[in-house]
Design a protein around this ligand. Structure first.
Ligand SMILES: [Zn+2]
Length: 80
């Protein structure tokens, strides 16, 4: 899997976050922190988000198949 493919995954994750309104006030979530975890052998990208309007926190969980190939360190470096 290429960097371009990985960027597509990450972009789609951010578009999901951007398309999800805050369940409290309808505001926009912004990504605060992101981590790769492995659950039952499947890597997931866990993204902590916070509402830019009211501060409500929500955790988004995405399947992250690219993390297997590249390792978690390089992904974290890319996100930072
Ligand atoms: Zn809100």
């Amino acid at each position: 899997m290429t960097i371009r493919d990985i960027m597509k995954y990450i972009e789609s994750e951010y578009s999901v976050i951007n398309d999800t309104p805050c369940e409290i006030c309808g505001g926009d979530y912004i990504a605060k922190d992101s981590d790769i975890v492995v659950i039952n052998g499947i890597p997931y990208d866990i993204c902590d988000c916070i509402c830019s309007e009211c501060g409500h926190e929500k955790t988004f969980q995405f399947c992250a198949p690219f993390a297997e190939d590249t390792g978690t360190t390089s992904i974290k470096n890319m996100l930072n």
